[in-house]
Write a protein that binds this ligand. Sequence first.
Ligand code: DGJ
Length: 734
Amino acid sequence: MIQTTFKLSSLLLAALTAATTVTAQTIFIETKNVAIVLQADQAKHLKIIHAGKSLADNSEYIISGEGNKLHAEGASSNTLAYTVAGINNNFMEPAIAVVHTDGNNSLDLVYQSHKTAATPDGATVTTVSLKDAVYPFYVNLFYKAWTNEDVIEQWATIRHTEKGNVQLNKYASANLYFFGKDYYLTSYNGSWAKEMQPELTHLKQGMHTIQSRLGTRENLHTTQNFMLAFDRPATETDGAVMLGQLAWNGNYAIQFETDVYKNMHLVAGINSYQSEYYLKPNTTFETPKLIYTISFEGTGKGSRNLQNWLRNYTLADGKGSRLTLLNNWEATYFNFDQNKLVGLFKGAKDLGVDMFLLDDGWFANKYPRNDDKAGLGDWEANKTKLPDGVPYLVKEAGKAGIKFGIWIEPEMVNPKSELYEKHIDWVLREPQRPELYFRNQLVLDLTNPQVQEHVFKVVDNLMTQNPELAFLKWDCNAPIFNGHSMYLEKNRTPQSHLYVEYTKGLEKVLKRIRTKYPKLPMMLCSGGGGRSDYGLLQYFTEFWLSDNTDPLERVFMQWNYSYYYPAITMCNHVTDWSNKSLKYRTDVASMGKLGFDIRANELKAEDMQFARQAIKNYDGYKNIVWHGDMYRLASPYENDLASLVFVSPDKSNAVMFNYLTNWRYVGDPGLRPIKLQGLDAGKKYRITEINLYGNQKSTIDNNKTYSGDYLMKIGFNPNVNLSRTSVVLQIESL
Ligand code: DGJ
């Protein structure tokens, strides 16, 4: 017994001992400020020896690794770069767990080679090849590094040449170790109309998981966005913090495992819940990407890193323009016909928006879509409401001087529909169990190529029949309940492939749509804000944050989304959801991609005049909001107001938004100046209040000028108070 323990300890020590110098097997993944350094030890196990700040001298990463290594027997961390299940010197959560064709359920991945190459889009990709010591089983780890943005994309591919299928029980995208003193995790919970509610957790020893099992609208209850602050909670401008997301529109799990020595092990990937994957020989399984940045200057810098990365390299048309719009969802719900719509076009034109967006309710004849109980899946225009079809509406919108866009929800079906009657085998449902509905609907089986074709055709038919269609809103209201695929069953594929193949099927369709219609603006919507992952945002130009358009609640919600998404992606509509003033509602919605969902033709004259002027103002500064740098200045969680500024890349112009967030008697938040950020200290600026309502006189004197230095060190008082509940300021350099 004693002898066995001794042998095991020596083995552990040998395996844990990394080289003490830079070797040919030391791998540096570096951005301007961040470095992940890997090194194969003497047993060729690939370890993480550094994850954090980049250093000037490469050889010192080794010293950093030395300082953090755990040699003690019983230490739970062994810092593998891709933690395996089944070999006995690892007690940590695996990134990968498999069962080989002979029933053996262990993996021992050893380093083979690595290479780093520049990519055409300006990043570098490091590929590390690992192989099992015994089995012909291969894993490649990928690290794509964006120098200026300090963003790293991390994923893996898995392949084997065994005789038969290997069962993958877990197949994470990324595995990381951090050697900090303490960890504070911000994750986001939610529900319909309550999306993106932050939760701060001080992580103690043990496992903390954020995950989804919803299948489709995957980030409704918990988003795959997270913030991990090292040592202490980060502030906007101070502290080391990682901000990230798993770019996967499907079930995900992000696990934070803290050991007794305060080492943090992070494993992120597809949720293994009900998802064993049987991998055929010589086929490659590619995981989704974990995308993250680490900022050493607080959350503000981290947000700008992710926002820039998304806009510059991932988001569809990230550097382009967007359309302001009038939507009819809350204005009419299902109750409209073509005359009513044409009447609304005039309102859109009078307001001065670019486009009219027709929402749900325009289709289906045998079971007309007059409420959410019927018609979904039958994508022909309803003959009673729209006797002249969609082409007539596109034409009439054109005559009114606006563009026309339309709502679809092509992944779904109501049981009361012709589609369900004709193709019940296309529907995800347990044939032996009662059907379970979410909003009276079911999800179509996107693992089936015929269903993929159907979904593609919903878009393609609309576009072919209406080449001038300017915009699509793509909704998705139901999660997968009782998911069972007839297609997988017929093809003798295990049902445990469903969640993965659903998402891959959806991506395939979207890729096809984007290839044929590369410029079409598309909004990602999911029964409110249930979908906003970076994986899907490569096909979409923008997304719907929530059906909750109460502007006060939106100040908080948009604040939370802004940690991960640039304003150009955020669809904010002015609606009649709340009784806050039209000005407050419009000012809040202007801090993103502005739209309206009101009966514009019924607005009183003063409101119409205000809205028109606000849209004109917005047209003047929208490029700064969409493409500039965002700084959160005063948090509504810590103050009675929220304040943010967007600064143009050359720092010559900015727009500052300020909102009262506490309506009871407050100790006058307007009394204190708010320090600006991101300006040029050496420039002089003039500050002018815009979006004034009616005869309102501004309290801001725009004859005065201020240096950037003054504005950033002393600050500026926007005079927010109970009679000035929202204040928009235009800041121009002289
Ligand atoms: C849910 C969306 O979030 C709403 O904006 C609207 O499009 C409805 N679906 C339509 O059914």
